[in-house]
Write a protein that binds this ligand. Structure first.
Ligand SMILES: [Zn+2]
Length: 127
């Protein structure tokens, strides 16, 4: 999904959380939610730095590959760490909303090729 959609979706989620939980969320929290929801896609850049190719084309064509920050193991790690840090909790919200948006787009497009890339363990077992 294009970065601008993640930016908009995460900003809306941050604003809604700020509105309903003003004593739990601040503008800094909204910024962390938005930034984490956008910067999680840096793993695309890492993938193409290692494997070659054009990361911009990947965004346009929506071709799934193995992106570490888009794996269930990374999400489990960030959920566990969120119990110990409020800022990691905000990063978790941003990351989860990013991944849910990605999943919803793939489902709408009837594209299930991403399923084999959603686990580090599964990916390296079938590779
Ligand atoms: Zn993504």
């Amino acid at each position: 999904m294009h970065i601008i959609y993640h930016l908009i979706i995460n900003f809306i989620i941050g604003i809604v959380l700020l509105y309903f939980f003003p004593n739990k969320f601040t503008w800094i929290a909204v910024m962390i939610i938005v930034l984490s929801g956008v910067l999680i896609d840096l793993d695309h850049v890492v993938y193409y730095t290692i494997n070659g190719g054009d990361s911009h084309l990947d965004f346009v064509n929506n071709n799934p590959h193995f992106y570490f920050f888009h794996t269930i193991e990374f999400i489990i790690l960030i959920i566990v760490l969120s119990f110990f840090s409020r800022n990691v909790f905000f990063i978790m919200i941003g990351s989860l909303s990013h991944l849910l948006a990605d999943i919803m787009r793939y489902i709408v497009e009837n594209n299930y090729a991403w399923l084999k890339y959603w686990s580090v363990i599964y990916y390296f077992l079938i590779k």
